[in-house]
Write a protein that binds this ligand. Structure first.
Ligand code: NAD
Ligand code: TDX
Length: 356
């Protein structure tokens, strides 16, 4: 029988890609609980309207009654927690929602998942999983060498990463104390279709298309490890299916790049695909004030996931970034729609002295 998975935050970037993979490939019935914050867009999932294997519920993971009722009604085989406030710059300007959703919201989910888990019997109980989607940012910042492994001590530096670290600890505690069958994935920077254009890659694509200045924080030499979003989604599915209960798995693409290299790559692809005579998009690069507390380098060792669960990424940075640019060119309507709300590409998170 087809399993039912309760996915939270499925109208966002990664959750949306995950649901599309699951439902279009007829793998699972999906219940999507999403609050529809500025980052949630039902346009992403429009092709699932009327699909009998997909149900959307607008609501908050922190809503006690709603979460209890949803779990009771749908009797999920797994809960996959993507829901979060996810943008570091916003966490600098206004951390409150990060604490409420990422910490208290996850706690509420865990509480109800545990009550439900206790009520299950036999195979349904043995097979139930709670997968928490987290980030490499909980490990802090690296120097020029070294990689984050699953045993790297937590050292979060932004309100965002601190709130994710806190939720990771709660997830861990629910396994150790109560025996809830949890799994945690800590992933590097994702890119791909349906990413809200406040994050580096879609922001630069959007601005470069319009020949607007391209804001590069600090000296542009901060390093991120980039993973194509569909590879992250396949990693999550792999961990739910094959992961050892209670374990943490790092997910990464082995594709470290300085921010300026990413920006240059985007400029070059756009110059090729949308050339404008006499203009070179690299000339739009504008170095701006650094992000307060900007982590220097993230890099992930995902060998545990690769060796123990036989996962590996399908896209390289070069193939994935080209696909991504092409997607934004082909789906300008999507970007225009999501940008017609409160966010229009302005700089966020630069003022550490602002009252929060
Ligand atoms: P996103 O901001 O694009 O989407 C978040 C979604 O969660 C939105 O649809 C939003 O409406 C929903 N949401 C927010 N608060 C909610 C609440 N209280 N109740 C229900 N829904 C709520 O985020 P994303 O980039 O897709 O990230 C998804 C998850 O993956 C997050 O937990 C994030 O920490 C993690 N992650 C992201 C990256 C990345 O590069 N984007 C990398 C590693 C891990
Ligand atoms: O305009 C910009 N200019 C710039 O130089 C923006 C928006 C970002 N940057 C830099 C800051 C970072 O070094 O680019 C890098 C990437 O920035 P973001 O896209 O904001 O991502 P990051 O802060 O690295 O966090 C992302 O990856 C880990 C996600 O937003 C998190 O949700 C995830 O956990």
């Amino acid at each position: 029988m087809t399993q039912t998975w309760l996915v939270t935050g499925g109208a966002g970037f990664i959750g949306g890609n995950f649901i599309l993979q699951q439902v279009l490939d007829k793998k699972r019935n999906i219940i999507n609980l999403d609050k529809l914050t500025y980052a949630g867009n039902l346009d992403t999932l429009a092709q699932l309207d009327n699909n009998e294997n997909y149900t959307f519920v607008q609501g908050d993971i922190g809503d006690n009654d709603l979460v209890a009722k949803l779990i009771e009604k749908h009797q999920p085989d797994a809960i996959v927690n993507f829901a979060a406030e996810s943008h570091v710059d916003r966490s600098i300007d206004a951390p409150d929602d990060f604490i409420t959703t990422n910490i208290l919201g996850t706690f509420n989910l865990l509480k109800h998942a545990l009550n439900y888990y206790k009520s299950l019997t036999n195979d349904k109980k043995n097979n139930f999983r709670f997968l928490h989607v987290s980030t490499d940012e909980v490990y802090g910042s690296l120097g020029d060498t070294g990689l984050f492994t699953e045993t790297t001590p937590y050292s979060p530096n932004s309100p965002y990463s601190a709130s994710k670290a806190s939720s990771d600890h709660l997830v861990r505690a629910y396994h150790h104390t109560y025996g809830l069958p949890v799994l945690t994935t800590n992933c590097s920077n994702n890119y791909g279709p349906f990413q809200f254009p406040e994050k580096l890659i879609p922001l630069i694509i959007t601005k470069a298309l319009n020949f607007e200045p391209l804001p590069v924080y600090g000296d542009g030499k901060n390093v991120r490890d980039w993973l194509y979003v569909e590879d992250h989604c396949s990693a999550i599915e792999t961990v739910i299916n094959k992961g050892k209960v209670g374990e943490v798995y790092n997910v990464g693409g082995n594709e470290e790049k300085q921010n300026i290299q990413v920006v240059h790559a985007l400029c070059d692809i756009l110059d090729e695909l949308r050339p404008v005579a006499g203009k070179c998009r690299r000339d739009l690069v504008t170095y701006v004030t650094d992000r307060p507390g900007h982590d220097q380098r993230y890099a992930i060792d995902s060998s545990k996931l690769q060796n123990q669960l036989d996962w590996s990424p399908s896209e390289s940075f070069n193939s994935g970034i080209r696909k991504t640019v092409q997607w934004y060119l082909d789906n300008k309507k999507w970007s225009d729609r999501v940008l017609d709300g409160s966010y229009a590409g302005q700089r966020l998170g630069q003022d550490r002295d602002r009252e929060v």
